[in-house]
Write a protein that binds this ligand. Structure first.
Ligand SMILES: Nc1nc2c(ncn2[C@@H]2O[C@H](COP(=O)(O)OP(=O)(O)O)[C@@H](O)[C@H]2O)c(=O)[nH]1
Ligand SMILES: [Mg+2]
Length: 200
C-alpha cells in the first residue's frame, strides 16, 4: 500500500474543510468549534482549530490522506507539522476576498521551505459569485509564476468532487522537484521483482 499525504492550506473560508468533506470516503475528522473571535464570527459560525483529515483510496495500492490546515494564525505551529512529509500541497484561494493575491502569496510564503521538494498547485475557489475586484485567472497565474514558474493554477469549485480530484491528481502526477523528491517517489512506487535466471 502506498500512502500519500496531501495538505490543503489557505485562509479561513477558502474551502479547505469543504474540499476534504467533498472527497473523503471516510467520515472526515474535523476539529471544528463554534467560533468566538470576532474576526471569525464575521465570516462563519464554526472554525477549524487543529486540522481536518480525510482519506481516499484511489486503487488497491494507493491511499491519499487529506489534511487541512487550521485557518487562524494562532495555530501556525500546526502548519509545519502538517507540511512535514507531505507529497503535495494545495493552496486554496477565496476569490471573493478583497485581497486574494496577497493572501495567496502569504500562504505560498508560509510553505515555501517545503516547495523546493514538494509539488504544489493553486486552486482559485468561489469563482461562481461576483467578487469585490476584477481579478481573472490570468492575474493569479501571473502572480504565482513570478515566483514559481512551473506551478499550476486552476479555477475550481471545491464543492465538486471532480475539481478536488483534479487538484490531487495534478500533484500525484507532477514531475519530481528534486533528487529528494525522486527518491521519495521511488520509495512509494512498486519495484519490479527481479526474476532469478533459471539454472540450466
Ligand atoms: N459560493 C461558493 N461557496 C463556497 C465554495 N466552496 C466553499 N464554499 C463555502 O465557503 C464556506 C467556507 O468554506 P470552508 O470549507 O469552511 O472553509 P475553510 O475555512 O477553508 O475550511 C462554506 O460555507 C462553503 O460552503 C464555492 O466554490 N463557491
Ligand atoms: Mg475549515
Amino acid at each position: 500500500m502506498f500512502d500519500h499525504k496531501i495538505v490543503f492550506t489557505g485562509p479561513m473560508g477558502c474551502g479547505k474543510t469543504t474540499a476534504i468533506h467533498t472527497y473523503s470516503e471516510v467520515e472526515p475528522v474535523m476539529t471544528e468549534v463554534k467560533a468566538t473571535e470576532s474576526e471569525v464570527t464575521a465570516i462563519k459560525e464554526n472554525t477549524t482549530v487543529a486540522m481536518d483529515y480525510g482519506l481516499v483510496t484511489l486503487d488497491e495500492e494507493t491511499r491519499v490522506h487529506l489534511y487541512g490546515t487550521p485557518g487562524q494564525e494562532r495555530f501556525d505551529f500546526m502548519w509545519d507539522i502538517l507540511g512535514e512529509g507531505a507529497h503535495g500541497i494545495v493552496v486554496l484561494v477565496d476569490h471573493l476576498a478583497a485581497d486574494p493575491i496577497e493572501r495567496m502569496n502569504f500562504y505560498l510564503g508560509k510553505f515555501d521551505k517545503f516547495l523546493k521538494n514538494v509539488p504544489c498547485v493553486v486552486g482559485i475557489n468561489k469563482f461562481d459569485s461576483p467578487a469585490p475586484h476584477n481579478l481573472k485567472l490570468e492575474d493569479y497565474e501571473k502572480a504565482v509564476h513570478e515566483r514559481y514558474p512551473d506551478m499550476q493554477v486552476f479555477e475550481v469549485d471545491i464543492r465538486k468532487e471532480e475539481d478536488v480530484r483534479m487538484l490531487i491528481m495534478s500533484l500525484l502526477f507532477a514531475k519530481p522537484k528534486s533528487i529528494t523528491g525522486i527518491l521519495e517517489r521511488l520509495d512509494r512506487l512498486p519495484v519490479p521483482k527481479l526474476v532469478q535466471p533459471k539454472a540450466t
